[in-house]
Design a protein around this ligand. Structure first.
Ligand code: NAP
Ligand code: NAG
Length: 327
């Protein structure tokens, strides 16, 4: 009897704590709203999770948002929902402030990255913010169209080519910003130059961490190259967020309810997780700040493996060859 009462009380107390924590997180976590009127922003992977929440908030700030997505159907559906939710008209102009466009971009195909950039360069007179947000997490071993290990190919190489091809436009639009969505899981990665395509062995957790470490080294080397241009680049980790990122993780049916409870209680919502992306894309506080790593809208320290300039430069050089920027 007494034992049951103790267990019940503990469960109830624990539950109340979780709810309190959830509500506390939900409140007061929205960054101050800057105006993005007249600014053009590209967000990769904007149809889902963090990218979608970032798009929604920047639209509220009246930006012109280009959703760069691999699946036109999913992207158009997300765009329809966002327009309805925000009361945007489908074409900008007139009374409508904020505009939403969908463009196809498959980061697992260099051909697709090139044709996306070609169209942007033809259509857009300027680009104020590029948010490299799309990502794939712990998928089974697969290769991109060009034969790269999928996580390295999409998370790093696709964005590497994308950013390089848009760099001229970003420079001409200075002051402009590049935002790189990395992850604190970079800590478990290494840039193993002898097997960047995981042909000798594949470990899906390692490959994800490696790709997120590559994002940080890329941002660092790029910031160095962009000194004095008025284009800034900063990286971030969003925390643990309830999104579709775990699609390749199999949770057994019986454990699902527990998993959902834990994720509801402890994971961030996409809008909470997107705060640092939004901050880096739009806040006047980070005007001119470059080459830094952020979490919770604050600068964070990195492990030495993510600040190694020799590795960063070597990764840059090899990436240039891999994506065909240098033959
Ligand atoms: N969620 C977290 O806890 C967490 C933690 C740390 C870092 N992150 C990072 O946050 C970023 C956003 O992830 P999320 O959590 O919002 O996950 P998500 O809901 O799965 O969104 C990922 C987006 O990337 C897109 N994408 C995947 N492969 C692509 C490709 N080949 N070409 C173009 N787009 C592609 C997806 O498109 P489809 O919808 O068509 O698949 C989707 O729009 C990722 O870079 C991830 O590494 C997330
Ligand atoms: C896979 O990589 C992760 C992260 O780097 C590591 O913790 C784990 O031990 C590795 N697993 C195997 C089987 O090597």
């Amino acid at each position: 009897m007494a034992a049951t009462a103790v267990v019940l009380a503990a469960a109830l107390g624990g539950g109340l704590l979780l709810i309190a924590r959830r509500l506390w997180w939900a409140a007061g976590k929205v960054a101050g709203r800057a105006s993005m009127e007249g600014k053009t922003v590209i967000i990769t992977g904007a149809n889902s999770g963090l990218g979608r929440a970032t798009a929604a908030e920047l639209l509220r700030q009246h930006a012109r948002v280009i959703m760069a997505c691999r699946d036109r159907g999913r992207a158009e559906e997300a765009a329809r929902e966002l327009r309805a939710q925000l009361g945007l008209c489908s074409r900008g102009g007139g009374e409508c402030r904020g505009e939403l466009l969908v463009r196809e971009l498959d980061l697992a195909s260099l051909r697709s990255v090139r044709s996306f950039c070609h169209r942007v360069l033809q259509e857009e007179p300027k680009l104020d913010v590029l948010i490299n947000n799309a990502g794939i997490f712990q998928c089974p071993y697969t290769k991109t169209e060009d034969g790269f290990e999928m996580q390295f190919g999409v998370n790093h190489l696709g964005h590497f080519l994308l950013t390089n091809l848009l760099l001229g436009l970003l420079k001409n639009s200075a002051p402009s910003r590049i935002v790189v969505v990395s992850s604190s899981l970079y800590k478990y990665g290494e840039i193993n130059f002898d097997d960047l395509n995981s042909e000798l062995s594949y470990n899906k957790s390692f490959a994800y961490s490696r790709s997120k470490l590559a994002n940080l080294l890329f941002a660092r080397e790029l910031a160095r190259r962009l000194e004095g241009t008025g284009v800034t680049v900063n990286a971030l980790h969003p925390g643990i967020v309830r999104t579709n990122l775990g699609r390749h993780i199999h949770v057994p049916l019986l454990v699902k309810p527990l998993f959902n409870l834990v994720s509801w209680a402890f994971f961030r919502s996409p809008l909470e997780g997107a705060q640092t992306s939004i901050y880096l894309a739009s806040s006047p506080e980070v005007e001119g700040v470059s080459g830094k790593y952020f979490g919770n809208c604050k600068e964070q320290l990195l492990l030495p493996k993510a600040t190694d300039d020799l590795v960063a430069r070597k990764l840059w050089d090899i990436s240039e060859v891999m994506v065909g920027l240098l033959k």
